[in-house]
Design a protein. Structure first.
Length: 148
C-alpha cells in the first residue's frame, strides 16, 4: 500500500488500485503526479496528444472514481485535476487549493491536519476540496509595480 506523501510512480499507483495499465492512464498520471498540485484540463489535453477525447474523459473518470485524482474548478469553471490520496481511508480527506485568476496558477496547500466543518445532520463527508481565489505573490508584486 502506498502511503500519503510517499513518492510513487504512475505504474505503481495503477497496480495498487488494481487498475489495468493503459497508455492513457499512464500519460494522465505522469502529468499530474510530478506536479503534485492541480493541472488544468486544457494542459492535460495538450500533454496527451494521441489520446482521443472520449478515452481521456473515461480515463479521468476512472482515476477520479478510484481516488487517484480529484477534480476542482476555478472561478471560470475550468476543471483542474490533482493527485488524490487514493487510500480507502475512513478519515476525511481535505484538499485546499489557491487559485490566482491573474496567472491561472492553482497552488496546493500541504495536507490539512485540522479542519472543522459543520455538516447537515446525518451527512457523512468523505472529501473536502476547497478552492480559495485570490492573487498570488507574483501577481500582487506586478500590480504594486504598476501602481508606482
Ligand atoms: Zn498569479
Amino acid at each position: 500500500m502506498i502511503k500519503v506523501n510517499e513518492k510513487y510512480d504512475a505504474e505503481t499507483l495503477l497496480e495498487t488500485l488494481e487498475l489495468r495499465i493503459t497508455t492513457a492512464r499512464l500519460k494522465v498520471l505522469s502529468i499530474i503526479i510530478p506536479v503534485g498540485a492541480a493541472v488544468s484540463i486544457s494542459s492535460i489535453k495538450r500533454q496527451t496528444k494521441g489520446v482521443n477525447g472520449i478515452t481521456l474523459y473515461k480515463t479521468l473518470k476512472t482515476l477520479e472514481k478510484k481516488g487517484a485524482i480529484y477534480k476542482l474548478f476555478d472561478l471560470s469553471g475550468t476543471a483542474y485535476y490533482a493527485p488524490g490520496r487514493f487510500r480507502a481511508s475512513k478519515q476525511l480527506q481535505t484538499y485546499i487549493h489557491f487559485n490566482c485568476p491573474g496567472c491561472q496558477k492553482m497552488i496546493a496547500s500541504p495536507p490539512q491536519k485540522k479542519f472543522t466543518i459543520s455538516l447537515p445532520k446525518g451527512f457523512k463527508a468523505r472529501l473536502v476540496a476547497l478552492c480559495v481565489w485570490g492573487k498570488c505573490a507574483i501577481c500582487r508584486k506586478k500590480e504594486s509595480h504598476l501602481m508606482v
